[in-house]
Design a protein around this ligand. Structure first.
Ligand SMILES: Nc1ncnc2c1ncn2[C@@H]1O[C@H](COP(=O)(O)OP(=O)(O)OP(=O)(O)O)[C@@H](O)[C@H]1O
Ligand SMILES: [Mg+2]
Length: 411
């Protein structure tokens, strides 16, 4: 019910109602959504007698979780500006693991003006990267579905089998018809985890024809924009990518702004009742550098600790307990940073881990005079494990530093 109402709110501007009617209905729908949310939370509290835990650190934040999603309007505005640019560059949204790329893409319908329709395509799904026919069908299906939820009805979706023999002509025929329905509106096609296209080409599931087709679509369809999202930039992926997509603009996504991070800690849900002792919120902003995943991870652990201790106030002692708990529940994240972003090969990783341990344990870095040391330091700065401030290397996120100090085991 709550999901349907959220959907209807989004579709409202394109239902053919007069502006005044849209204005009248919007608050009504929002009010109903609120009533349902309040009742759900009330039920949850009654059943547990405890603080609700709105924080979520596993999955990306969805469009209907508007209180849990903070900030990123500046990024959306920049994307819009670029899409409307006469050059129509291909955008590459890149950023370290868990910094909020997918959540951002999920929430674009709310962050964009009504005439730009974001379409989400997850390149991690093998149903899309298995064959070129699957890719074309997956693309058409995503455009059809996401436009529909944003109130724009496009021509009927062809059957999957139709794409088997001639995927690209079928794709283009359908897009051609679909674009006639769009009028002044534009579509931004967001390919999340786009590096997986490269993997599928290496595995022989897709061929370089796909790049030709993407380039063709970018050049010939004015109403279509592309955004590739992943950890790397196109240049880092090798010559195919950077030479195929000529006009490329990279946009780097990192941490939330301090006021947005604070807002997440204080108001992740309208019914959130947890309180923080003086200084705790400031401490959390420092500890996480406003990294959205780390904030949500600690948020969830603090609610657990508050409930365990039958209180609603986070004290310095409870914060310490929450940090230890977060090292267990967030182990996959910390281990991933430790094993994947310390270097490109086992030799580099061994040096990278040595450097991180030294900095975490001694707050200092003394050169080991290893010939690949510079390379490894550059790599760890590139992926935001380390930063160099006033000539000194230190971790970007103090929470990761503490994890390395207390828990890291060399690979
Ligand atoms: N704008 C945001 N507001 C609040 N929390 C956020 C926001 N963006 C991300 N998060 C939090 O960070 C976590 C990771 O986000 P998300 O999965 O979107 O990142 P990602 O960059 O796509 O990660 P990966 O590189 O692993 O795919 C989410 O589970 C959520 O807890
Ligand atoms: Mg993601």
């Amino acid at each position: 019910m709550s999901n349907n109402l959220a959907l209807l709110t989004l579709q409202l501007p394109s239902l053919g109602l007069k502006n005044e009617a849209v204005k009248r209905w919007k608050p009504v729908l929002e009010r109903w959504q609120r009533v349902i949310e309040l009742e759900q939370n009330e039920q949850q509290k009654l059943s547990q007698g405890q603080l609700i835990n709105p924080f979520q650190y596993g999955n990306p934040v969805r469009l209907n979780q508007k209180d849990l999603f903070k900030g990123r309007q500046r990024f959306a505005n920049e994307v819009v500006r670029r899409i409307l640019d006469r050059d129509r560059p291909t955008l590459v949204l890149h950023g370290p693991r868990r910094c909020g790329k997918t959540s951002f893409l999920y929430n674009l319908p709310r962050l964009f003006p009504n005439d730009i329709l974001p379409v989400f395509l997850d390149m991690q799904s093998s149903a899309i990267t298995n064959t070129e026919a699957d890719f074309c069908y997956g693309l058409v299906r995503a455009v059809h579905k996401d436009c529909k939820t944003q109130g724009v009805k496009l021509p009927t979706l062809p059957k999957r089998e139709q794409f088997k023999n001639s995927p690209y002509p079928n794709l283009e025929d359908w897009l051609y018809k679909a674009f006639e329905e769009l009028g002044e509106r534009r579509i931004l096609l967001n390919l999340d985890e786009f590096e997986k296209i490269g993997t599928a080409i290496q595995n022989g599931q897709l061929t370089l024809r796909l790049f030709d087709e993407l380039r063709h679509l970018i050049q010939h369809y004015e109403q279509l924009g592309f955004l590739f999202s992943g950890v790397q930039t196109l240049d880092e992926l090798g010559p195919h990518w950077s030479s195929y997509f000529i006009s490329v603009v990279p946009i780097e996504m990192l941490y939330l702004e301090p006021n947005e991070a604070k807002e997440l800690l204080l108001n992740p849900d309208p019914d959130f009742k947890m309180r923080y002792a003086p200084g705790i919120v400031e401490e959390l902003l420092k500890l996480t550098s406003c990294h959205p995943y780390c904030l949500q991870l600690l948020g969830a652990s603090m609610v657990n600790q508050a409930n365990l201790n039958k209180t609603d106030l986070i004290t310095p002692e409870l914060l310490q307990a929450a940090i230890e708990e977060s090292f267990i529940s967030g182990q996959a994240y910390f281990t991933n940073m430790w094993t994947e972003f310390t270097g490109k090969n086992p030799e580099e990783i061994a040096i990278g881990q040595e450097i991180l341990l030294q900095i975490a344990q001694t707050d200092n870095f003394i050169s080991m005079n290893n010939p690949i040391e510079e390379e490894v330091l550059k790599y760890m700065i590139r992926y935001h494990l380390l930063q160099k401030v006033n000539g000194r290397y230190d971790f970007e996120v103090p929470l990761l530093k503490q994890w390395v100090k207390e828990r890291a085991v060399k690979s």
